[in-house]
Design a protein around this ligand. Structure first.
Ligand SMILES: Nc1ncnc2c1ncn2[C@@H]1O[C@H](COP(=O)(O)OP(=O)(O)O)[C@@H](O)[C@H]1O
Ligand SMILES: [Mg+2]
Length: 262
């Protein structure tokens, strides 16, 4: 008889990605110390927290790009730490991601960047790819730039092209790391609107990581704040704003004094 305790717990209904009690250290330095996090289907979940608090690591663990020392990390029904390379590659096709420093391929045109997975992974015919590239660029408000190279685009355009590339293969869940960092206020707002549109028009579930509080509270259906390796507050934006946790109060209130080292 197999022991149920030995098996990874199944996802709760309506949850497409979940961390339970995840621990992770780098060279003896603990970064995640029992992280619990759930991403609900069709919702935008935002992880907030100070610089170096482990937000990007949380996302990389969930994507199976980083190992974890203990706990469970389930993505679209699979325990990511137990996958073989081919299974992981197949799972990644159901996922879109936009990393903070996830640059476009400089030697490829916009069309080749956006159509990358459609061509190299899905092996779709060229005319179909052309149509999908055009459609996905329209989705992010860009037109007739297929022939340009990343160096010919502004920072905001590059970010939008990267977003088009992240959704081109119609992922079920989209991971975005610091999507508004380094952008001017107008472009920040554009990116925020685009992420909301992706939820509403494509029905995609989103896990967004950011230290940009204004953006976080604007797009989140659900907010989780990480502090000292744990999620210390989790709920609707309203609930997290009302949290009594000193680190949350400091971070949300934008104060320099409190438990978080500046
Ligand atoms: N590959 C790595 N090797 C060693 N330390 C790392 C690595 N990745 C992240 N860290 C450390 O883990 C901590 C959390 O990093 P990170 O998850 O990037 O934080 P955040 O995204 O919240 O700014 C930091 O102290 C960082 O230096
Ligand atoms: Mg980060």
């Amino acid at each position: 008889m197999s022991s149920p305790a030995a098996r990874a717990p199944d996802l709760q209904p309506g949850v497409c990605a979940e961390l339970r009690g995840v621990y992770k250290q780098f060279d003896g330095n603990p970064v995640l110390e029992g992280v619990d996090l759930a991403v609900r289907e069709g919702e935008i979940t935002v992880v907030i927290g100070g610089s170096g608090s482990g937000k990007t690591t949380t996302m990389r663990v969930l994507l199976g790009l980083e190992t974890y020392d203990a706990g469970s990390a389930r993505l679209l029904g699979q325990e990511v730490g137990e996958l073989r390379a081919a299974e992981h590659a197949a799972l990644m096709m159901r996922v879109g991601s936009l990393f903070q420093f996830g640059a476009l391929f400089d030697s490829m045109t916009v069309a080749e960047n956006v159509g990358f997975a459609l061509h190299y992974v899905q092996h779709r015919p060229a005319d179909e790819i052309r149509g999908l590239v055009r459609e996905n660029l329209m989705m992010v408000g860009l037109k007739d730039i297929e022939h340009l190279y990343p160096a010919q685009l502004s920072g905001g355009m590059r970010k939008r092209v990267a977003l088009a590339r992240a959704i081109a293969h119609q992922p079920e869940i989209l991971f975005v790391d610091e999507p508004t960092t380094g952008l001017d206020p107008v472009m920040k707002e554009t990116i925020v609107e685009l992420i909301l549109q992706m939820r509403d028009r494509l029905g995609v579930s989103v896990l967004c990581i950011t230290h940009d509080l204004a953006a976080a509270f604007r797009i989140a259906d659900h907010v989780a704040m990480v502090y000292q390796g744990k999620v210390v507050a989790s709920g609707t934006p309203g609930e997290v704003r009302e949290s009594e946790h000193p680190a949350v109060r400091q971070f949300v209130g934008g104060r320099s004094y409190g438990p978080i080292d500046p």
